[in-house]
Design a protein around this ligand. Structure first.
Ligand SMILES: NC(=O)c1ccc[n+]([C@@H]2O[C@H](COP(=O)([O-])OP(=O)(O)OC[C@H]3O[C@@H](n4cnc5c(N)ncnc54)[C@H](OP(=O)(O)O)[C@@H]3O)[C@@H](O)[C@H]2O)c1
Length: 238
């Protein structure tokens, strides 16, 4: 099998790093992106290329994009999670930061990298199963990821004529530095290696949509079709 050119954002940590290891072990040409130069230096020998840029700064993405040629797979994985701790005193700056990092940046990444995705290629969006239901304190994170869902599902329609497939991923709880900060129970927690295998399988099968672990996501899908008060009663404390 010929090696594929795969660009992964957020390859310096967590899910993106496990995806990076998966594809570089397979012999693909992986373009590993992130902000942390030290981490990028550590993985550079296994990477085809490393890209150090802040994806909220379009000029940084544009500069790096000039060194990227044709892509088979563009994995838009990088993101952040911050919570709204006091909804009544809503933190607009925090909200803007999360939306900018998780959603607005994707517009810039698509502007500079989508033209490089070849006919027959794929674009992969790592969203979250958080979009299946509303959760407390998740106003910013949930809104950003719901925006990604719409973006991916809409883009899929417009890329049919370009013969580029779009895959939308809804992971449940995955153990990474992002979730290590969480102070609440995370049922059915998976490792980032397990998450990467699930994502790679969905990419291989050119799935439009994948969600895991099913024992969590199916439960959320079930609750999402029940009357709202049932879910509210279960999750609101005090
Ligand atoms: N962990 C979970 O339970 C879970 C569940 C559902 C969805 N997700 C989604 O999965 C994705 C990866 O999450 P993770 O858990 O693997 O998190 P993580 O370990 O914290 O990794 C986040 C990655 O995103 C990069 N990143 C963040 N902000 C960036 C920016 N402004 N510019 C460039 N790169 C940036 C980081 O790069 P540097 O460190 O180099 O700055 C890092 O490589 C996120 O989109 C997250 O929302 C995670």
């Amino acid at each position: 099998m010929t090696a594929k050119n795969i660009l992964i954002t957020g390859a310096t940590s967590g899910i993106g790093h496990s995806l990076f290891k998966h594809y570089s072990r397979k012999g693909d040409n992986v373009i590993a992106c992130g902000r942390n130069q030290q981490k990028l230096d550590e993985i550079a020998s296994q990477a085809h290329l490393t890209g150090q840029f802040d994806m909220t700064i379009p000029s940084e993405i544009e500069t790096f994009s000039k060194s990227v040629e044709s892509l088979d797979i563009l994995v838009l994985n990088a993101g952040n999670c911050r919570y709204i701790d006091d909804a009544k005193n809503f933190d607009g700056a925090l909200f803007a930061d999360v939306i900018e990092t998780n959603l607005i940046s994707l517009g810039w990444l698509l502007q500079f990298f989508l033209p490089k995705v070849r006919k027959g290629g794929q674009v992969v969006f790592v969203s979250s199963s958080a979009t299946l239901m509303p959760f407390q304190r998740s106003e910013a994170y949930g809104a950003s990821k719901s925006g990604i869902d719409y973006l991916a599902n809409s883009l899929r329609l417009d890329l049919i004529k370009e013969k580029i497939d779009v895959t939308l991923i809804h992971p449940g709880f995955i153990k990474t530095p992002l979730t290590d900060k969480n102070d609440f129970p995370m049922p059915f927690l998976l490792t980032s290696e397990q998450a990467a295998l699930n994502i790679a399988k969905a990419i291989d099968k050119r799935k439009e949509y994948a969600h895991f672990p099913k024992r969590l996501t199916m439960l959320l899908k079930f609750f999402s079709i029940m009357p709202n008060w049932i879910w509210r009663k279960m999750i609101i404390k005090g």
